[in-house]
Design a protein around this ligand. Structure first.
Ligand code: ADE
Length: 262
């Protein structure tokens, strides 16, 4: 899967993209990430990318032309010769029928990013992420060039870069082959519930033993215990999620029996 990130601060991505799982996914050719410096697409002498807002007010607004030029270059079928075009071949497409390209704007005004969205995005061949800065972007960028807006939470951060890193990370780990499949099928949110607690050696630490069922070797009992913990944790910590999971049919009759047995 391919990601294109448009930013005024490409240096911010060193680290998140060059360590750990994202690094390995790129080395394995499963994920292909390209950074594009928006400033390279500004045509005036000073490479201006922002300007004062019409109507007055505080702050600066990101201009439409550099963003439009960047997006049009990146999305054009044969972008060779552009300042920071990819020189690597496209990564294999995990889903042959995947739709081609989705353009996202990172913005506190967008719908909240969820695991369901990450799953949906992972089915596209290519995600283009536009990182907004300053007070926002010229509205014509949103209406003309963007497919969807995404917010990573109900707070404002200094720009879309950190948000783009979150989205790339959450989506890339769902690309087949990046992680082993079991680790993404049994995690928080995947079945509509939070995950059960985990333990590893030692069997007892500072007087706290691990729950005996986990060392019993009884697989069916372990599965039952984990399901109950998952249900209980969701009910206690995220009652809203529990209600949603029930409404979406994630809960079984056995789940209700388990909970009422408490
Ligand atoms: N840019 C500023 N705040 C943001 C947020 N919460 N989500 C996405 N992009 C942003």
């Amino acid at each position: 899967m391919r990601f294109d990130i448009l930013t005024l601060f490409p240096g911010m991505f060193t680290g998140p993209l060059t360590e750990s799982i994202l690094k390995r996914a790129q080395q394995a050719g499963l994920v292909d990430i390209h950074l594009h410096h928006i400033r390279n697409y500004a045509t005036d002498r000073h490479h201006t990318t922002d300007d004062t807002p019409y109507g007055g007010g505080a702050g600066m607004v990101m201009k439409v032309e550099p963003l439009a030029a960047a997006l049009r270059t990146i999305l054009s079928p044969a972008p060779s010769g552009a300042p920071d075009t990819p020189d690597t071949p496209d990564t294999p497409v995990a889903h042959p029928d995947a739709p081609p390209t989705l353009v996202l704007l990172m913005s506190p005004d967008g719908p909240l990013f969820t695991q369901a969205m990450a799953e949906e995005f992972s089915h596209w061949q290519r995600l283009v992420l536009v990182c907004g800065r300053y007070e926002g972007v010229d509205e014509r960028v949103r209406t003309t060039l963007i497919d969807r807006e995404v917010s990573i939470g109900e707070y404002v951060i200094t720009g879309g870069e950190l948000a783009a890193m979150v989205v790339v990370d959450a989506v890339a780990r769902l690309v087949p082959g990046v992680l082993d499949e079991a680790s993404t099928t049994e995690e928080s949110y995947s079945g509509g519930l939070l995950e059960y607690p985990h333990y590893t050696r030692p069997a007892e630490w500072e007087g706290q033993p691990v729950p005996p069922v986990l060392v019993s070797g009884h697989h069916a009992e372990v599965a039952k215990w984990r399901r109950l913990q998952s249900l209980r944790r969701t009910l206690q910590r995220r009652p809203d999620l529990f209600v949603r999971a029930a409404a979406q049919g994630f809960l079984t009759l056995d789940d209700i029996k388990l909970l009422t047995s408490l």
